[in-house]
Design a protein around this ligand. Sequence first.
Ligand SMILES: Nc1ncnc2c1ncn2[C@@H]1O[C@H](COP(=O)(O)OP(=O)(O)O)[C@@H](O)[C@H]1O
Ligand SMILES: CCCC(=O)OP(=O)(O)O
Length: 368
Amino acid sequence: MIDKEFRLLVINPGSTSTKIGVFDNERAVFEKSLRHDTNEINQFETIIDQYEFRKKTILEALDEEAINISKLDAVVGRGGLLRPIEGGTYSVNDQMLEDLRNGYSGEHASNLGGIIAFEIAEQLNIPSFIVDPVVVDELQDVARLSGVPQIERRSIFHALNQKAVARRVATQLNSKYEELNLIVTHMGGGITVGAHKKGKVIDVNNGLHGEGPFSPERAGTVPVGDLVSMCFSGEYYAEEIMKKLVGQAGYVGYLGTNDAVKVEKRISEGDEKAKLVFDAMAYQVAKEIGAASAVLAGEVDAIVLTGGLAYGKDFVSQITENIKWIADVIVHPGENELQALAEGGLRVLRNEEDAKIYPVSSVESIVL
Ligand SMILES: Nc1ncnc2c1ncn2[C@@H]1O[C@H](COP(=O)(O)OP(=O)(O)O)[C@@H](O)[C@H]1O
Ligand SMILES: CCCC(=O)OP(=O)(O)O
């Protein structure tokens, strides 16, 4: 018997891009990355304000390819800053839409994934889903303590791509994800370094709210006393400080662009400041990988470098120089997110698994 063919639209809003794909079952028939530079994004006050712009960009790109959306069976979006939940495919429901619109765990472009998926699907009377959102939480208990009782560490990271690439690497190593210890480093608009122990991400830097390496547009860990002084200097509103840390930090803060390709070009033209900032980002990524190797007590089967920045050969080799003593380094440039979104949607359409209902499996925080 021939399997029924499903057509899915998948939508992945990232901080520097919106990536879309149309899949016939597992096969991509159309994929496009629509890049948004800093000025384009900065004209919007909040993430939700980007909704019309991102949706229009997506529909225009589909139109240009003459893709008839009335033939779709489902729309799948990247899941955003919801309540902490276990991984999997979730139906978009009212509670989820409310949490995405309000940014329950913060503001990030991925909040738009579920909302746009729902809006397109609703008009076509087809289901909408999200898969492995950025709040997938598998932290071990010791990783949750920040040192300040009122502040708990949270799992906010590139769960979708880290898990998808980790599974790909496990196959490459003739093993299973659940049998390996991996350090997976996603380097995109945000940078997250996950310690994957036998299929669970037991520790990871919060890639949104100032932990770990700085990134093309975000602050990583910053000296906390100086940050407190800045907050109470009387010069800034809270929203301005947040924007300085998320969106206007890292490459954007130092160099005015979130585009690593432009930074590399400036370096090749002799820009010494660009070189220093580039070196510092590579240095901080390597340092975070070192920390993750301690989390795994040195038992690391491989280190994986992925995301858009992993296309940068000099960036990758600079990081590799500092970490290759820990384990073999495997580079998977770009990301597997569109494919992973399509596969998550397909599992439900084929009744291989039930769509989870948000937020029943919300991960409880520990109360000390
Ligand atoms: N060929 C390349 N060489 C170096 N950096 C690249 C290359 N392609 C993309 N990048 C950089 O990767 C970053 C975006 O990564 P990506 O994973 O697409 O981010 P996001 O999904 O967060 O928008 C940008 O800084 C971009 O300039
Ligand atoms: C919010 C964590 C995931 C993240 O940083 O994604 P982008 O790199 O797409 O901004």
